[in-house]
Design a protein around this ligand. Structure first.
Ligand code: ADP
Length: 659
């Protein structure tokens, strides 16, 4: 029958500079199933090295090793990890439990690396805990247990998969003699049940406990004796736990939260801060920028939707004479009529002419009022509504009626719009009857001056005919100061503007005596010029995200160094390199994603709070939110990758042997 363990000509050589150390120097060894053997020898004789090799924690330099007939020298990390996980159990001198996990979770841990669901793991662990006498300690943490109890947990963990062989490295070394005896009794019991046990010790008395004693000296087996009462019991209990794959994603995330995030709350929250600030500022900045743009555009629309303004240049003296001599009459009513006829997508046209007149109400002068003569669809085009009274009748213009519609800003305090109807304003000494009062428009025009918006609240509107015929004017002056045109569609403003210019250039004989203003277009180009600022702001936020990423990398590297022992333990009980790599990567990604989420929430909160006093509409570009959150995710992956690789590439024997 093939022995469970067969080693032939095994050597392990360490190179220390130019010097070679032969930790094992030609070992031949057979161990049968059900044996209880002790490996003894002085310190430095190679016991631990042999156990590490047999336990698949490391490989022999030369020689062959067959475990249950299978050649181990050819196995890769995945294969070796699987063997450690399912066919080998380890018990160490220092117990090697994970301090953050409960007794039950520690015992169940190896099962996580074979893809067994949590509830099943815990059930199985509870059964094993009872077997080693720990049933009433299952929810304690290792630091609440005695040394003997810790070692029982370690033994239970080693037994969870019903391994083919149990390796115990000085299992009583850290215990007092009484507890040590109990542990040895437990090993005896396991042997009686048919487990194969290999015990490493420097203590001959403990070795006597085993049925067979293999003595090492300078890396060679110098004696191999068997007790007369030695018996070999075939271990009948085959592992009933099926191989179901590897560490599941849910376990990885659970581990990431518990061991990465919650284990060091302050540290992780500080680390997250960079990501939080980065994500929050990207989103908040874009939201404010979009909000202010939208606010301005909305205000411009409030002052007149789809509006094109043609404004006379009010030439004077020489320039005026030259223009008239060249055949241009300046802006005229006829221009307006012609445009309307030529362009079918014009929905309304208004004409206006301003005159600087002294304005009085009774005997009180009215300061800063603007007198405008208007004709056409003035109210509609400028998006104005009446709070009281009526709009002019088209005939008022022809009849040169002395009627006025006044802005709400001209109503004296304490009077309502209705009170003022029928009253009179003196314009240049002539009385005009108030027939209408405009509604107040809450538009802050100071911000919009650049695009030519005016405040209608202090306007006195009179029929255009009344203004042109009842007052004296500068000779040769243009008939109109402004033609306002409303178009059917916002998208066609620029195109229509070009058409208007073509028509007017012909009518004005090419004289440049007017300006074309498209408020929405002006605003758009003004906002375009702010784009650079936006990009700058976004870059700063992006830098903050990178800084956050570096913070994550920093903290993860520190965590790797701090948790070498944990990495070693996990690897010893069956975690593959890629499991460790993923574990650390998931932790880094969780930090950055939670940071990203917090950043999104913070931005939402900040924008919601700040937009009210700033009177901004709340705008969230879902694309920016997605990009910012995605970037935080990417940051975790990117900056977590190097620490994760570091974690997985540790020398297993070295980190396990650390104190
Ligand atoms: P024991 O467990 O019997 O005390 P070890 O197996 O730990 O002995 O060590 C056997 C020999 O190999 C010792 O001389 C030790 O110094 C050497 N050795 C063990 N591990 C290493 C290593 N990683 N690098 C160099 N030498 C080592």
């Amino acid at each position: 029958m093939t022995p469970l363990i067969r080693v032939r000509g095994a050597r392990k050589t360490y190179t220390m500079g130019t010097h070679e150390v032969h930790a094992l120097d030609g070992v031949d060894l057979d161990v049968k199933r059900g044996e209880f053997a002790a490996i003894v020898g002085a310190s430095g004789s190679g016991k631990s090295t042999l156990m590490h090799m047999l336990g698949c924690l490391d490989r022999f330099s030369t020689g062959s090793y067959h475990l249950a007939g299978e050649d181990m020298s050819a196995a890769d990390d995945i294969k070796l990890s699987e063997i450690r996980n399912r066919r080998i159990g380890f018990v160490f001198q220092q117990f090697n439990l994970l301090p953050n996990l409960t007794v039950l979770e520690n015992i169940a841990l190896p099962l996580a690396y074979s893809g067994i669901p949590l509830s099943e793991r815990l059930t199985k662990a509870r059964a094993i805990a009872a077997k080693v006498g720990l049933e009433d300690r299952t929810h304690h943490k290792p630091n609440e247990l005695s040394g003997g109890q810790c070692q029982r947990v370690a033994i239970a963990r080693a037994l969870i998969h019903s391994p083919e062989v149990l390796f115990a490295d000085e299992p009583t070394g850290a215990l007092d003699s009484k507890t040590g005896k109990e542990i040895l009794a437990l090993l005896d019991e396991l042997h009686e049940q048919g487990h194969t046990i290999l015990l490493v010790t420097h203590d001959n008395k403990i070795a006597d406990h085993a049925r067979r004693k293999i003595t090492l000296s300078d890396g060679k087996i110098v004696a191999d004796t068997e007790r007369s009462d030695a018996k070999v019991l075939e271990h009948s209990e085959a592992s009933e736990i099926q191989n179901r794959g590897n560490l599941g994603f849910r376990d990885m995330v659970r581990m990431g939260f518990r061991e990465g995030l919650l284990a060091h709350k302050l540290r992780t929250s500080l680390t997250m801060l960079g990501v939080i600030i980065g994500v929050a500022s990207v989103i908040a900045m874009s939201s404010f920028s979009e909000g202010s743009k939208l606010k301005q555009a909305n205000q411009i629309r409030a002052l007149g939707a789809n509006l094109i303004r043609i404004v006379d240049r009010r030439l004077e003296d020489q320039a005026l004479h030259q223009a008239r001599a060249s055949g241009s009459m300046g802006l005229t009513r006829e221009d307006a009529t012609l445009l309307r006829e030529a362009m079918p997508d014009i929905t309304a046209v208004a004409k206006a002419r301003d005159l600087s007149l002294e304005v009085m109400r009774g005997t009180t002068p009215v300061a800063s009022a603007r007198v405008r003569g208007i004709a056409g669809d003035y109210l509609q085009v400028n998006n104005l509504a009446l709070a009281a009274g009526y709009d002019f009748h088209p005939l008022d213009d022809l009849r040169q009626q002395r009627f006025a519609i006044i802005g709400s800003g001209l109503i004296p305090e304490g009077e309502s719009p209705a009170d003022i109807l029928g009253g009179a304003f003196l314009l240049g000494g002539q009385p005009f009857e108030v027939v209408g009062v405009l509604e107040n428009k809450f538009v802050d025009t100071t911000e919009l001056e650049a695009v030519g918006a005016n405040d209608a609240n202090r306007d006195i509107l009179v029929p255009l005919g009344s203004l042109t015929s009842r007052f004296t004017h500068v000779p040769l002056r243009s008939e109109l100061d402004e033609i306002m045109i409303q178009l059917a569609e916002e998208d066609r403003l620029s195109e229509a503007g070009r058409a208007i210019r073509r028509i007017l250039d012909i009518r004005h004989q090419g004289v440049e005596d007017y300006d074309l203003i498209i408020p929405l277009d002006l605003l758009k180009s003004k906002q375009e010029s702010q784009r650079l600022l936006d990009i700058l702001a976004l870059s700063i936020s992006a830098i903050s995200l990178v800084v956050g990423g570096i913070g994550i990398m920093n903290i993860m590297l520190a965590a790797v160094t701090e948790r070498l022992k944990e990495i070693g333990i996990r690897r010893a009980i069956g975690a593959r390199r890629q499991d460790i790599r993923r574990q650390f990567l998931v932790e880094a990604t969780i930090i950055s994603m939670v940071g990203g989420l917090a950043g999104v929430l913070l931005a939402g909160l900040g924008v919601a709070v700040a937009s009210r006093p700033l009177d901004f509409p709340i705008v969230f570009d879902p694309l920016i939110v997605t990009i910012a959150f995605g970037a935080s995710f990417g940051t975790g992956l990117l900056f977590g990758a190097y620490p994760a690789i570091q974690a997985s590439n540790q020398n297993l024997v070295e980190i396990l042997s650390r104190e």
